[in-house]
Design a protein around this ligand. Structure first.
Ligand SMILES: C[S@@+](CC[C@H](N)C(=O)[O-])C[C@H]1O[C@@H](n2cnc3c(N)ncnc32)[C@H](O)[C@@H]1O
Length: 270
């Protein structure tokens, strides 16, 4: 995976790199680790708390010589024209109501011949339980309604991956490349330890419980009834709790789930 990122990001020694919407800097530091010690990586985010946390985390892991942070908006990045060899973002464009404007800004601060790279989730959201096809269908309906609802209520393309090449083209970028990284989850896969599987499932369940009532408005705005959303929410929670309570059942569960992360790269015309 490092090799894929390295080639897509076009990492070479001594580059100036900007990570837009860097949050607390996980991806910024990942890019720094892929680069050599002579590169300079700058994370930009509009949330001052994330910037503060990013600086502290970066000091803690000894990368402050290479990685720094700046407060700034993706629609008006506080960097000069033609500055960066590489301008990247991960899971930023999905949160913006005008991703094209942000990509144009990313292109503006990139040198001619330099690269703009976005890493964003795509539409694929697979959940299939061969022992409960009805619930699997309901899961598809909830997922699609949720994406429609977010688009309708907030004007955001929450799974923007497939749209990236079109957006890049509209922003004037050329020589586009694209790859998908799939994330597949199968609890019965013997390559993963029982503890890992359970830990991951607990994480999904906690996240789901935190989000389910907040997400209801999107799913309903996307066309599904409240009753169906309640049926889905209670069905998901009881299924996962049931698996966590029975190791043998968990290890034999044939449910598969998967999603897709797109990496798209474009070049600013030289
Ligand atoms: C899901 S987080 C991703 C963080 C990081 N890129 C990562 O992959 O770990 C999205 C980030 O985008 C930032 N963000 C949202 N809108 C922004 C804007 N208009 N300008 C700059 N950052 C923004 C948020 O503050 C948040 O830190």
């Amino acid at each position: 995976m490092d090799q894929l990122y390295k080639s897509f990001l076009g990492i070479t020694p001594g580059q100036k790199v900007i990570d837009v919407g860097c949050g607390t800097g996980d991806f910024t530091r990942y890019v720094a680790r892929l680069s050599d010690g002579r590169s300079k990586i700058l994370g930009v985010d509009s949330n001052p708390k994330s910037i503060k946390a990013g600086i502290a985390d970066t000091e803690r892991v000894g990368l402050s010589q290479v990685v720094s942070f700046k407060l700034g908006d993706a629609y008006k990045i506080p960097i000069d024209d033609d500055y960066a060899d590489l301008t990247c973002c991960r899971s930023l464009l999905m949160h913006l109501d005008d991703p094209l404007k942000a990509v144009r800004e990313m292109a503006r601060i990139t040198k001619p011949g330099g690269h703009v790279v976005a890493v964003e989730q795509g539409k694929m959201g697979i959940y299939y339980d061969p022992n409960d096809k009805r619930f699997s269908r309901l899961s598809d309906q909830v997922w699609e309604a949720q994406l429609r609802g977010i688009r309708k209520l907030e004007g955001k393309e929450f799974r923007i991956g497939e749209k990236l090449p079109g957006i890049f083209q509209e922003a004037g970028l050329v020589d586009m490349k694209a790859e998908i990284l799939n994330n597949v989850y199968l609890a019965s896969d013997p390559r993963r330890s029982l503890n890992d599987v359970k830990e991951e499932l607990r994480f999904y369940l906690t996240y789901f419980k935190e989000r389910m009532e907040k997400d209801r408005k999107y799913v309903v705005a996307g066309g599904l009834s409240n009753a169906k959303v309640s049926m889905y929410n209670s069905g998901y929670v009881s299924k996962i709790e049931g698996l966590l309570a029975d190791d043998q059942k968990l290890r034999q569960d044939p449910t598969i789930s998967a999603d897709a992360l797109y990496i798209v790269s474009g070049m600013k015309k030289a």
